[in-house]
Design a protein around this ligand. Structure first.
Ligand code: G16
Length: 543
C-alpha cells in the first residue's frame, strides 16, 4: 500500500469538549485540520493497528468527505477493518450498539449533535471506545496531549471506496464493510420493548407525531414506528436526513421544535408527540397540551421501566447528571436502589453501566438511556414511553400527574445565555467560584443561601476525580441554582443556569414553572450578576 506520511504541526484549540471536538464546519475543512485531529485521536487511543473500527455520522454536511479521509487514515495506521454505516449514516446510539455487537476497538462518530449543520454551521468528531461509550477523560486527555505534539499524519494514497451500497471492499489492505445502519438497531429494540403490545396500541387508534427534524433518526423511526409497529404513514415527519437539516437547528426544545410543540398544544394534537436531535441521542416527549421535562422523563422512566419488555427484572440503580433535577432521586429512594450524581457528559455514565451499578441514566439536556448501549438513545426513550402507555393505557398527561401525585413535583427550568464573550463568561464563573465560602447565610432577593460549592465527582468504580463541574447554590427553602458553562457550543461561551424547587402538594402541581421559580431565578441573577455583567436582560433559550 502507498502511505503518505505528511508533516504537520500542532493546531491550537483541538481540545475535546463535553462530547468530542465541535467546531465550525469550515474549520474542520481547512487543509490538514481534520487529518491532524484524526491522527491525534489515533495516537490518544493507543493506535489502531490490527483493530476493527466503526465509522459513521449523522449525515450532516462534510460527513461523507470526512469519512473518506478517516478511512484512508485508519488504513494507513494499520487497522484491519472498518465497519461503516451505508451512506455514512449511523445514529450515535446505533454506532454505540455496533461497536459493542462487533466487539470493535472503538468508533469514529461524526456529529455536532443538536447543533445546526451546513458549510457555515457546525461539525464534530468524537471517538467512542470498546464499551460503545464516548472516550473517558483519561483518553480525551491523551488525545488533547497528542494534538499538542503531533508532527505528522499518515494517509493512504488510494481513494476510499464508495459507501452508498452495502458490501465489502478493500482499501489498501484494510477491509471496508458497509452495513445497513438501521437493521442491528431495530433488532436490539425488538428485545427491549414489546413490539406486539405497541402494535396493538396503534391498532386501537393511538396517534403519534414523531418529528425527526430532517436528521438522522428519520430512517430508524420510519422503519420501527411505521414499519414494525404499524403506525400510519405520516406518523414520522421530516423523516429524510438532510445535510443542513433543512436549515433547522435539530434540537428538540420548544424553540427549535416549535412546529411540534404548536401541534401538541393545538386543537388537533395527536395522543403523543416526540422528537429526537441531529444524531439521534436526545429525545423529547409530549402529550396533548403537555411537554414532559427531561428531568421528569428520567424519573418517570425509572419508575416505570420494569413494565417494558427488556427490563422486567427491575432497575439496579439510577444515574443523573448533576444539573438534572432531583426527581429521579425520589424514585431511586423508593425503589431502594443506588442513585449516582455525575458531571455533565454521557461519558461519566459508562463506568456505572459497565459495573452494573446503574440501569438507567439521564440528563436535563433531553438525554435518557440505559445499559443497552453506552450513549443516550432518543428513539429508545420514545419506544419505552410507548411501551409504558401501551401497558398502562393512560394518557401522557395522566401518567405525569400520577407520578407527581406519588413523588411530588420538582419544578425545573434551564436558562441559556448564548454566544457570550468568553472573557465575560469565564470571569463570571471565576468570581462565583472565588466567593463561594462567603455565600452561606447571606440573603439575595429574599432567598437565604444554605450551601454553596463547586461540584466535584469521584467515580465510585475507579476513584478518578473530576473537579470544577459546576457551581451549586442551595437555598434554605430547598430550592437550588446551578451555574455552568456549556461544553458543546462553537461560538463564544454559553452560560447555563439551572433552577429547581420541590412541591409536594398536588393542588400546586399545575403552576407555571417560570412563576414558581421566579424567586430563585432572581436570586441567581443577583449572586452571579448575570444581567449586570452580560447586559442581557433575558436568556436566549428557556427550557
Ligand atoms: C452532550 C453530551 C451530553 C451533555 C451535553 C451537555 O450532548 O453528550 O451528555 O449533557 O452535551 O451539553 P452542554 O455542555 O452544552 O451543556 P450532545 O447531545 O450534544 O452530544
Amino acid at each position: 500500500m502507498a502511505v503518505s506520511i505528511v508533516p504537520t504541526q500542532p493546531i491550537a484549540g483541538q481540545k475535546p469538549g463535553t462530547s468530542g471536538l465541535r467546531k465550525k464546519t469550515r474549520v474542520f475543512m481547512e487543509p490538514g485540520y481534520l487529518e491532524n485531529y484524526v491522527q491525534a485521536i489515533i495516537e490518544g487511543v493507543g493506535g489502531v493497528k490490527d483493530r476493527e473500527i466503526v465509522v459513521g455520522g449523522d449525515g450532516r454536511y462534510f460527513n461523507d468527505a470526512a469519512i473518506a479521509i478517516i478511512l484512508r487514515m485508519i488504513a494507513a495506521n494499520g487497522a484491519t477493518k472498518a465497519i461503516v454505516g451505508r451512506a455514512g449514516i449511523l445514529s450515535t446510539p446505533a454506532a454505540s450498539n455496533l461497536i459493542r455487537k462487533r466487539a470493535a476497538y472503538g468508533g469514529f462518530v461524526l456529529s455536532a449533535s443538536h447543533n445546526p449543520g451546513g458549510p457555515d454551521e457546525d461539525f464534530g468528531l468524537k471517538f467512542n471506545v470498546a464499551n460503545g461509550g464516548p472516550a473517558p477523560e483519561p483518553v480525551t486527555d491523551a488525545i488533547f496531549e497528542a494534538t499538542k505534539t503531533i508532527s505528522e499524519f499518515r494517509i493512504v494514497e488510494e481513494a476510499a471506496p464508495p459507501i452508498d451500497v452495502v458490501g465489502t471492499f478493500d482499501l489498501a489492505g484494510m477491509t471496508v464493510e458497509i452495513v445497513d445502519p438501521v437493521a442491528d438497531y431495530v433488532e436490539m429494540m425488538r428485545g427491549l420493548v414489546d413490539f406486539e403490545r405497541i402494535r396493538a396500541l396503534f391498532a386501537s387508534g393511538f396517534t403519534l407525531r414523531f418529528d425527526a427534524m430532517s436528521a438522522v433518526t428519520g430512517p430508524y423511526a420510519t422503519a420501527i414506528l411505521e414499519g414494525e409497529l404499524g403506525a400510519p404513514k405520516g406518523t414520522v415527519v421530516n423523516g429524510t436526513p438532510l445535510p443542513d437539516f433543512g436549515h433547522h437547528h435539530p434540537d428538540p426544545n420548544p424553540v427549535h421544535a416549535k412546529e411540534l410543540f404548536d401541534v401538541m398544544f393545538g386543537p388537533d394534537a395527536p395522543d403523543m408527540g416526540a422528537a429526537s436531535d441531529g444524531d439521534g441521542d436526545r429525545n423529547i416527549v409530549l402529550g396533548r397540551g403537555i411537554s414532559v421535562a427531561p428531568s421528569d422523563s428520567l424519573a418517570l422512566l425509572a419508575a416505570n421501566l420494569h413494565l417494558a419488555k427488556g427490563y422486567t427484572s427491575g432497575v439496579k440503580g439510577v444515574a443523573r447528571s448533576m444539573p438534572t433535577s432531583r426527581a429521579a432521586d425520589r424514585v431511586a429512594a423508593k425503589l431502594g436502589v443506588g442513585m449516582y450524581e455525575t458531571p455533565t457528559g454521557w461519558k461519566f455514565f459508562g463506568n456505572l453501566l459497565d459495573a452494573g451499578m446503574a440501569t438507567i441514566c439521564g440528563e436535563e439536556s433531553a438525554g435518557t438511556g440505559s445499559d443497552h448501549v453506552r450513549e443516550k438513545d432518543g428513539l429508545w426513550a420514545i419506544l419505552i414511553w410507548l411501551d409504558v402507555v401501551a401497558t398502562r393505557r393512560m394518557s401522557i398527561a395522566e401518567i405525569v400527574a400520577d407520578h407527581w401525585k406519588t413523588y411530588g413535583r420538582d419544578y425545573y427550568s434551564r436558562h441559556d445565555y448564548e454566544a457570550l464573550p468568553t472573557e465575560i463568561a469565564d470571569a463570571m464563573l471565576a468570581d462565583l467560584r472565588g466567593g463561594l465560602t462567603d455565600l452561606p447565610g447571606k440573603v439575595f432577593a429574599g432567598m437565604r443561601v444554605a450551601t454553596a460549592d463547586d461540584f466535584s465527582y469521584t467515580d465510585p468504580t475507579d476513584g478518578s476525580v473530576s473537579s470544577k463541574q459546576g457551581v451549586r447554590i442551595g437555598f434554605e427553602d430547598g430550592s437550588r441554582a446551578v451555574f455552568r458553562l456549556s461544553g458543546t457550543g462553537t461560538q463564544g461561551a454559553t452560560l447555563r443556569l439551572y433552577v429547581e424547587c420541590f412541591e409536594p402538594d398536588p393542588a400546586r402541581h399545575d403552576l407555571d414553572p417560570q412563576m414558581v421559580l421566579a424567586g430563585v431565578l432572581e436570586a441567581a441573577d443577583v449572586i452571579a450578576g448575570i444581567e449586570k455583567r452580560t447586559g442581557r436582560e433575558r436568556p436566549d433559550v428557556i427550557t
